[in-house]
Design a protein around this ligand. Structure first.
Ligand SMILES: [Fe+2]
Length: 502
């Protein structure tokens, strides 16, 4: 029997924004008709020239990096070149050639066995080709220049990217919560402010829901247009959220049959975790970067007990000073959730693993608001009685335009679970800069104008828990809709409107 389709949506963000306008706000009929015509903007259409160029870290980041890019489908024999980034003009002389591998994903339908599930939002999109290379045998902490080619002679510009340092070298990285909405309107200023604040960031974590409809090419076009050259230089560490599973095909009992966006694996060359089901390939992974072990989980991909066991092994085998876990759904929630999504089960599976291995910080998304708290070993509640030994810091953040309100009991929910919420914000997109320097981790959450909203420092000691030092910022502890802008103002239409019937 044909399994029913179900798109998982983030509560209030159902994809009917275009139909939710008030009567007074309706555009003239002619303009509306034009707006609903499917169209492919020039920055979406694939051509013989490479675009959507993104660096990722599929293998050891001290000695390699990967690059993926897109062209029109007819491109054959794409390749890339790499060379040390010298100070002289003609760096291209002597560059090494690397042939690329190519995939041509079908954007018009998902196929599961004999069944075909159309992806109507891509009806007007021409077949693309996705290419990737992994440059290997590189020197650590070294700046390289590379370029990629589509059709013969159709080269990108030369990009520069730096390999990972050995342990002991300070570095910093970026972290973004959900971009998802306003990708072609509001998100660009956030991601570009992040680049302006930390142009030397060594990688950028995107903690799920990068787009709203995971297989919809238009949204990825907008996402890549927003990051522009940034991810040609700074490696991306993306992980999927529920919206990358928007086109998931599920059995009647809700179990996943086939889920992930058809674009995910072709457009990001990511590590493959050992010992996990193939369905989690390139959605669950870990990498060691300098003194830091980063592990990414897939809260939508199922097999969560196996993911927890895998994380247990990864953390047990790592001697990294700092342990960072990132996943889309938060383990502690501050917002009202209109539907059940398995948070208690995930928390039960993961908290013991995080505690056992002293994970320092967990970076999350999904809630479209900001919260930063931590688990403590001391008296659990009320808040005034807290403070034993610091456990793990948890952050939930959002970089996109869609915003949810914090529940009235949001602060108390942490208390009841043995954690303390320190800061919370509605209606404010953020980017985060995390700096690693020996036994010190410094965390900053900044607004789109670059102002500092939240900051703290973690210090490790060899024989005890981390010490947490709050740092001064420019804002109060809490930002709410009633001191920023009305909640309704942050609901977003999807532009252009979606084809009807889905
Ligand atoms: Fe989400």
């Amino acid at each position: 029997m044909r399994a029913p389709r179900s798109g998982f949506v983030c509560g209030l963000s159902v994809a009917v924004g275009a139909f939710a306008m008030s009567a007074a706000a309706q555009p003239p009929a002619q303009a509306q008709a034009q707006a609903t015509e499917p169209s492919t903007p020039p920055w979406q259409a694939a051509t013989p020239w490479p675009d959507r160029i993104v660096v990722t870290l599929e293998q050891d980041p001290e000695s390699s990096f990967s690059v993926s890019w897109r062209t029109s489908a007819e491109v054959e024999q794409p390749r890339a070149e790499i060379v040390l980034a010298g100070d002289h003009s003609r760096i291209d002389i002597g560059a090494a050639r690397v042939d690329a591998s190519t995939e041509r994903p079908d954007l018009t339908a998902k196929r599961v066995g004999d069944e075909e599930y159309p992806l109507r939002w891509n009806d007007h999109v021409a077949q693309p080709a996705y290419h990737s290379v992994t440059f290997t045998g590189l020197e650590p902490d070294t700046l390289y220049a590379y370029r990629v080619m589509g059709a013969e002679g159709h080269w990108s510009e030369w990009f520069q990217t730096r390999t990972a340092p050995a342990a002991g070298t300070p570095f910093r990285f970026l972290y973004f919560g959900d971009a998802q909405d306003g990708l072609s309107s509001h998100w660009p200023r956030v991601v570009r402010a992040a680049f302006a604040a930390a142009p030397d960031a060594r990688f950028a974590i995107h903690a799920g829901d990068l787009v709203n409809i995971g297989s919809r090419d238009f949204e990825w076009a907008a996402w890549f247009k927003s990051v522009g050259f940034i991810h040609g230089m700074i490696p991306a560490l993306p992980l999927p959220g529920n919206h990358e599973y928007f086109d998931a095909i599920r059995a009647e009992d809700g179990s996943l049959i086939d889920g992930l966006s058809v674009l995910w694996r072709p457009q990001f060359a990511l590590p493959r975790a050992e010992g996990l089901p193939e369905a989690l390939s390139e959605t669950v992974y870990t990498l060691r970067y300098g003194d830091t072990q980063v592990a990414a989980l897939d809260t939508m991909g199922g097999h969560f007990e196996q993911q927890a066991a895998w994380l247990d092994r990864v953390l047990a085998e790592s001697d990294a000073t700092w342990k960072v876990v990132t996943m889309h759904h938060p383990l502690f929630e501050m917002v009202e959730r209109p539907y059940y999504d398995g948070t208690p089960e995930r928390r039960d599976a993961l908290l013991p693993v995080l505690e056992r291995h002293g994970v320092d910080i967990v970076l999350q998304g999904h809630d479209h608001s900001y919260g930063r708290g931590a688990t403590w070993s001391g008296p659990r509640s009320p808040r005034a009685a807290r403070r034993g030994e610091l456990g793990t810091v948890f952050v939930t953040s959002s970089s996109g335009a869609k915003m949810y309100g914090i529940a009235e009991d949001g602060w108390q929910r942490f208390d009841e679970l043995g954690a303390v919420l320190e800061r919370a914000a509605e209606n404010t997109p953020f980017f985060q800069v995390v700096s690693i320097d020996g036994d010190t981790l410094t965390y900053e959450a900044r607004t789109a104008t670059g102002r500092l909203y939240d900051a703290f420092r973690l210090r490790r000691s060899d024989d005890g828990p981390n010490r947490l030092e709050e740092l001064p910022t420019e804002f109060d502890q809490e930002r709410r809709f009633d001191n920023t802008a009305p909640y309704e103002s942050t609901r977003f239409d999807t532009v252009p409107p979606l084809p009807q019937g889905r």
